[in-house]
Design a binder for this molecule. Structure first.
Ligand code: HEC
Ligand code: HEC
Length: 269
């Protein structure tokens, strides 16, 4: 004990403590830095594909084929993309049950994690439209008036002027858009389910899709998930937060060491 406290008073002790603290935080930062994260993402991705393949074999392969090549009961899923899976399974259309003019929405039977795994597997079969991120589909700040114009030109002939839907030919119908989540609206435009045409980002850029979502949400009376002005913008990348946290802490440690060193000196004199 004595030895240790004697060493603690050593003039270099403060420097050593500071260096140790910085080394530890630096190591921590390196461990969480983007390089490590990319690798972790990759393993997570291949795990998701494996899990998705299992779910697919049980729930989807009978109609879509063991490798997604399609059968007489269902189309090929090669190249439909994760967005199509997220839309079809996330709205309960898939897995389909009975044949008919149009496959209806049903109770969703997979949870979002399973849907993500199915989507990961299907998109590993061939590239296609990618599931949009939360910020891509967030309509806050979008131009509702422009969205209304776009909706009237591109969607109203089937979905009616405020999106309440309507009958089409041969027993098909365009459903009401009320209560459909922004993500599923975006994905419907990306992938064009059944008799709906698709509106890929090349002909209808992301911003126009957002304007349309904002319009649909406005005419249906629930503006967006974050009513009012500021949405407080989320927290930004974790690694940046960690960086700030560590340098803030490093600074505090440095100050503490400095104060300790000075009080020790004051006591001696
Ligand atoms: C009973 C047969 C059946 C089962 C089971 C089934 N599907 Fe389908 N699926 C279909 C048919 C038929 C269509 C085509 C609907 C249309 O476009 O008219 C389809 C369409 C799709 C599409 C849209 C393809 C495109 O071109 O955009 C996706 C994605 C899809 N299915 C995924 C799945 C997934 C994932 C499962 C398992 C959870 C599943 N399906 C289970 C019959 C089935
Ligand atoms: C030619 C007619 C047609 C046009 C044009 C059209 N849709 Fe559709 N839409 C449909 C049909 C039919 C369905 C149902 C497909 C299904 O059940 O798989 C649908 C489904 C949807 C869904 C899914 C709704 C739900 O309940 O899950 C959304 C969202 C949607 N459309 C949005 C749009 C938007 C936005 C536009 C314009 C950019 C548009 N549609 C243009 C016919 C159309």
């Amino acid at each position: 004990m004595k030895k240790l406290s004697a060493r603690r008073r050593h003039p270099l002790a403060a420097v050593v403590v500071l260096l140790l603290a910085l080394a530890a935080t630096g190591g921590l930062y390196a461990a969480f830095a983007p390089a490590g994260k990319a690798q972790a993402d990759e393993t997570a991705q291949s795990l998701a594909i494996d899990e998705g393949k299992k779910l697919y074999s049980v729930g989807c392969a009978s109609c879509h084929g063991s490798g997604g090549q399609g059968t007489s009961d269902g189309p090929s899923l090669v190249g439909v993309g994760s967005a199509a899976v997220d839309f079809q399974v996330g709205t309960g259309r898939m897995p389909a049950q009975q044949p008919g003019a149009q496959i209806p929405k049903k109770k969703v039977i997979y949870n979002q994690a399973e849907i993500d795994q199915l989507a990961a597997y299907v998109s590993s079969l061939g590239a296609g439209p990618i599931t949009p991120t939360t910020s891509q589909v967030d309509p806050s700040g979008a131009d509702v008036a422009k969205g209304g114009d776009l909706f009237r030109t591109n969607c109203a002939q089937c979905h009616n002027f405020t999106g309440e839907g309507g009958a089409l030919t041969k027993g098909k119908y365009a459903p009401s858009l009320e209560g459909v989540s922004p993500k599923h609206i975006y994905e419907a435009m990306q992938t064009g389910p059944q008799s709906m045409p698709s509106f890929p980002d090349t002909t209808m850029p992301e911003q126009e899709k957002k304007d349309i979502i904002a319009y649909i949400k406005t005419v249906n009376g629930n503006e967006s998930e974050t009513p009012g002005g500021l949405s407080l913008g989320g927290l930004g990348p974790v690694s940046e937060g960690l960086f700030g946290w560590i340098f803030g802490l490093g600074g505090l440690v440095a100050i503490a060491v400095w104060v300790a060193a000075h009080t020790a000196k004051a006591k001696k004199s």
